[in-house]
Design a binder for this molecule. Structure first.
Ligand SMILES: Cc1cc2nc3c(=O)[nH]c(=O)nc-3n(C[C@H](O)[C@H](O)[C@H](O)COP(=O)(O)OP(=O)(O)OC[C@H]3O[C@@H](n4cnc5c(N)ncnc54)[C@H](O)[C@@H]3O)c2cc1C
Length: 228
């Protein structure tokens, strides 16, 4: 993912949003999203396949600016009359991994006593979904409930926590995994064949409503080459 922060110019009005805090969405071959921050700041981020060599151009400020100007939802925000970048250049982040750790073995026994995981050490989800803090708070509730229920029985605590993690945390984790997989397949198809219709069958309704097929990877690349 490539991101850059911008600040609105003094007295400049904010651009349009399509949710209370964001604009943009998932496109055919990449994602482009604006997120509001405080103090007149906002970020613009592009999500791309890690193995898409051409879209690595987005690391360069000029290409990043050209791409942002192509996104209907974001173009108005990054107009130089309205805002200016405050980060020197686009920053890259990789390894947006999904991971769920359980402390109970396949045959149902605790693998450790007296240790409970919370936060990313228990469940890490692709940051794009912004679930990490909510899931961590839910885990804290799960652990405190288990400690109250079994104050001295360490094995029972671990089994109780695991049962609740499977019931209350794992469904969110699995949803993110399924959406990541479906989007990756769609982007791979876009990369392999620009003319093919994306297969959206595995993508969650919320993401589908975000999907804007008007701009394809091929069109974006054309604009980037023009900018170069
Ligand atoms: C780019 C990005 C955007 C995100 N956006 C959102 C969002 O919008 N909404 C949301 O809910 N979540 C978001 N998340 C996820 C969220 O930040 C994490 O889920 C959350 O911070 C996890 O909290 P944590 O305490 O488990 O781990 P962390 O916040 O990673 O804290 C772990 C701490 O342990 C320290 N540490 C590590 N090793 C050691 C050691 N050996 N000794 C001592 N200290 C150590 C680290 O320095 C760190 O301070 C985002 C994450 C990223 C990376």
């Amino acid at each position: 993912m490539y991101s850059r922060f911008y600040r609105l110019r003094q007295d400049a009005a904010p651009g349009p949003l399509d949710s209370p805090v964001s604009a943009g969405g998932v496109y055919d071959g990449f994602a482009g999203k604006l997120l509001l921050a405080d103090n007149n700041l906002f970020s613009v981020s592009f999500g791309v396949l890690p193995d898409d060599p051409e879209l690595k151009l987005l690391r360069e400020p000029a290409f990043f600016a050209a791409a942002a100007a192509q996104l209907p939802a974001i173009a108005a925000w990054v107009d130089p009359n309205r805002s200016r970048p405050v980060t020197d250049r686009p920053l890259a982040i990789g390894a947006l991994r999904n991971r769920l750790r359980r402390l109970v073995s396949h045959d149902g026994r605790p693998v450790v006593h007296g240790l409970h995981l919370v936060g990313d050490s228990l469940c890490m989800t692709n940051q794009v979904f912004a679930l990490g803090v909510s899931l961590a708070l839910e885990q804290a509730v799960i652990i405190s409930e288990a400690l109250r229920k079994y104050p001295t029985d360490l094995a029972a605590q671990t089994l109780e926590v695991d049962k609740e993690v499977v019931g209350r945390i794992a469904p969110h984790f699995e949803d993110v995994v399924a959406q990541d997989r479906a989007r990756t397949e769609m982007w791979r198809a876009a990369y392999a064949s620009s003319g093919r219709e994306p297969d959206l069958s595995g993508i969650h309704a919320a993401t589908v409503s975000d999907l804007d097929r008007r701009l394809t990877r091929q069109q974006l690349l054309r604009e980037l080459r023009r900018a170069g």
